[in-house]
Design a binder for this molecule. Structure first.
Ligand code: TMP
Length: 214
């Protein structure tokens, strides 16, 4: 499927639990100024946030149900919020997107990657991020960060370290296969250092995209 054409700029952040995505997204949005929309997955629209609640709190849930919930949340998010904003020339920063499904439902839960790609392509209508920042961290470091925060751990964060390692492995494999789009960043660097990389790389890629348009 072809990538959807739009005049905006679509940025996604990915990583294992506790990699610091939320902090970095706020810093990046601040640095980019106006015309920026910050959103997240699962979530981002009313329906998608309702699905997020079910997804994160379900006591018993099969891998296939996870995939379908995530896809339903994404389909609504893309059609209601992300695509209209991008077509309107806005910059959209999204906390996780389709790569998370490959890492979590694919590498961690074992669903065939081709199947995931098919489902993703329906949910995204073929939309791909202009750039994806993978905040890479050893899972136990991220989980310790989470445990130190006040937020209660979700069912996914409470899974075994082995399953978190599978997620990281999935993300790294993906970054290798799509090295042009996905940039790996060492999330153990300081907050300011990571932010500087994200801001300068985003600006560079935005400029490149604008130049290619003319
Ligand atoms: P968050 O904690 O980064 O907001 O993400 C919510 C959880 O949802 C996180 O544990 C990862 C999980 N998730 C998936 O399993 N598959 C997906 O496609 C997405 C977007 C998130």
């Amino acid at each position: 499927m072809h990538t959807v054409k739009h005049n905006g700029f679509f940025i996604t952040l990915e990583g294992v639990e506790g990699a610091g995505k939320t902090t970095q997204i706020h810093l990046l949005a601040e640095a980019l100024g106006e015309n920026v929309i910050v959103t997240r997955e699962p979530g981002g629209t009313q329906i998608s946030e309702q699905i997020r609640e079910i997804f994160l709190t379900a006591a018993e849930i099969s891998a296939q149900t996870e995939l379908m919930l995530i896809a339903a949340s994404r389909a609504q998010h893309v059609s209601e919020l992300i695509l209209p904003a991008l077509k309107d020339g806005k910059t959209v920063i999204c906390d996780r997107f389709s790569d998370a499904t490959i890492a979590y439902q694919g590498y961690r839960k074992g669903i065939d990657l081709k199947r995931i790609e098919q489902v993703n392509s329906i949910a995204t209508q073929g939309l791909k991020p202009d750039v994806t920042f993978l905040l890479d961290l050893l899972p136990h470091v991220g989980l310790n960060r989470k445990r130190e925060s006040d937020e209660p751990l979700t069912r996914l964060e409470l899974e075994t370290i082995t399953s978190h390692e599978k997620v990281r492995k999935g993300y790294l494999a993906l970054a290798k296969s799509e090295s042009e789009r996905v940039m790996i960043i060492n999330a153990q660097l300081g907050i300011d250092e990571v932010s500087k990389i994200l801001v300068s790389e985003t600006k560079r890629r935005m400029q490149m995209k604008t130049q290619h348009r003319y």
